[in-house]
Design a protein around this ligand. Structure first.
Ligand code: ATP
Ligand code: MG
Length: 489
């Protein structure tokens, strides 16, 4: 009887314990199911033991028991780039189970049902007091909204940068063009009348000298006051120097007129339309404008220009815009040559025995032109300046990328040139460089421009960067494409 009573008591206790455990499990499950974070846990064998409701929501599937290593396969799990499929051993729970402390690792899930999500996962294995592994747990936080907001923000920023670049470019182009045209116009009038009056002035001077000769023939011995004045002004020297002086004034005004004409041609405000032009003239005009920067400066030799022009046909283009490209590329070349000259002269200063290269360094820009087989022309602008270090070569066409001091470079020259050549002219702009030795820019322009195409038929522009040889960079711009594609907008 007593045994039966005891049995009943222990059964009741067991029942109580079971009820209590049941209640506790229900309580824990309720807590886990009310968390917005996904929780998954496996036991000491690595079998999945716990999946809370938030996890089921993430995966878009009802709770199904499944070995952890099948997760990556069953659900489409990807690494943080959202493209590389996750290997079973890479799933956070498997990694945690294997002893790794997983800390804020991003994972992308593309469930068969439900939407793609980005989860931030953290987890680790857990042990009993004796140090035996009991299992592993991973918590997952849904950061999809934050990710989407980040992508939207990046897109907006890129769009904003693009608009800003275009505005600055438009302002720079029209501002420069107007300024140049305005100055050219202002200088043109006064210089025209100086130039126009030089011939009559020379004639008057010649007549006056002749008159003096006539007086001298009549009065071979002038009175002492006249004689003193003749000596004071050194009449003989004046007579010889005046024609030379007038000649140099003449060539000076001619040079100014040439520069003014180049400035007007350069800005070509009158030529907003596509026209067939002689590109050699465009390059030469640009060089005339840059003339002052090619001259020797304190401690620096002048820049030598080597023209290797071949016969070029007239090329259909926006002449003013291409001049802008020549200006940007030549400006960069001059700056790179100045930089190297400064380094060379510093080296020369500190070396008592100058190296051979120091003695021989002649800053040079070589401009060569040729017709290419595929009905295009190529203009190569090569400098033996400072060169472009490899680590920045892929960035030189990016808007606002500059290595120049604040206030000196805006970092827009090449991005604008790129846009003009590739987008406006269906051409290519390539750059080859060797740090410390020089740079070559190749501008390729089709001889004839295609009929305007509807925007949708444009192939997507590609900008890719490849290295040929050890240190030659080649940046190739594909066919025609929208600028948005190029700058990632
Ligand atoms: N010929 C060259 N030699 C060496 N570096 C060059 C050359 N051309 C361009 N670069 C590099 O590319 C960068 C970008 O050139 P980019 O013309 O776009 O801008 P920038 O010259 O810095 O400024 P700006 O807007 O005044 O032209 C330069 O800062 C320079 O580092
Ligand atoms: Mg520049």
């Amino acid at each position: 009887m007593q045994e039966i009573a005891e049995h009943k008591r222990s059964e009741a206790t067991l029942q109580q314990v079971q009820t209590h455990l049941e209640k506790e499990r229900g309580f824990l499950k309720a807590i886990l199911d009310h968390l917005t974070e996904g929780i998954v846990a496996c036991d000491e064998k690595g079998d999945l033991m716990l999946v809370n409701r938030a996890t089921c929501d993430f995966y878009g599937l009802p709770e199904v028991p499944m070995p952890t290593e099948q997760w990556a396969d069953h659900f489409d799990l990807y690494l943080d780039d959202g493209k590389t499929p996750m290997q079973p051993q890479d799933t956070p729970l498997v990694r945690a189970f294997q002893g790794e402390i997983v800390h804020e690792t991003e994972m992308v899930i593309v469930p068969k049902l439900g939407k793609t999500r980005t989860l931030l996962t953290s987890g680790r294995a857990f042990f009993d007091t004796a140090g035996n592994k009991l299992g592993a747990v991973v918590a997952m936080h849904d950061i999809s909204d934050r990710k989407r907001a980040e992508i939207d923000r990046e897109r907006m920023e890129a769009a904003l940068r693009h608009t800003q670049t275009q505005m600055i470019q438009a302002e720079k182009m029209s501002g420069l063009g107007q300024l140049v045209a305005g100055i050219a116009h202002e200088i043109n009038n006064p210089i025209s009348f100086i130039h126009g009056n030089l011939n009559p002035a020379a004639q008057y001077a010649y007549d006056l000298l002749k008159l003096i000769d006539l007086y001298h023939a009549q009065i071979p011995v002038p009175n002492p006051a006249t004689q003193a004045f003749i000596e004071e002004i050194d009449l003989e020297f004046l007579r010889q120097d005046l024609p030379k002086l007038l000649n140099s004034m003449q060539s000076g005004t001619e040079r100014i007129r040439e520069i003014v004409l180049s400035l007007r041609n350069f800005s070509r405000l009158d030529e907003a339309e596509m026209k067939a032009v002689d590109l050699h003239k465009g390059i030469d005009n640009t060089l005339v404008i840059l003339g002052n920067r090619l001259k020797p400066k304190a401690g620096q030799p002048g820049i030598e220009i080597v023209r290797e022009y071949n016969n070029l046909p007239m090329v259909e283009c926006y002449a003013g815009q291409l001049n802008q490209v020549f200006m940007n590329v030549l400006n960069n070349a001059i700056e790179a040559l100045d930089e190297r000259s400064a380094i060379e002269s510093l080296e020369a200063h500190y070396n008592t025995l100058p190296s051979e290269s120091t003695l021989q360094y002649v800053p040079t820009i070589t401009i060569s032109t040729e017709v290419l087989p595929h009905k295009a022309i190529a203009i190569r602008i090569i400098d033996n300046g400072s060169g472009i270090p490899e680590h920045i070569r892929s960035r030189i066409f990016d808007p606002f990328f500059t290595t120049k001091p604040v206030g000196k470079g805006s970092g827009l020259g090449l991005s604008i040139s790129y846009k003009i050549v590739v987008e406006k002219h269906d051409g290519q702009l390539q750059c080859y460089s060797k740090a410390g030795q020089g740079t070559e820019f190749v501008i390729e322009i089709p001889i004839l421009q295609p009929e305007p195409k509807p925007l949708t038929s444009h192939p997507v522009a590609k900008k890719h960067f490849e290295l040929s040889g050890h240190d030659r960079a080649r940046i190739t711009c594909g066919n025609l494409g929208s600028y948005e594609n190029l700058v990632g907008g």
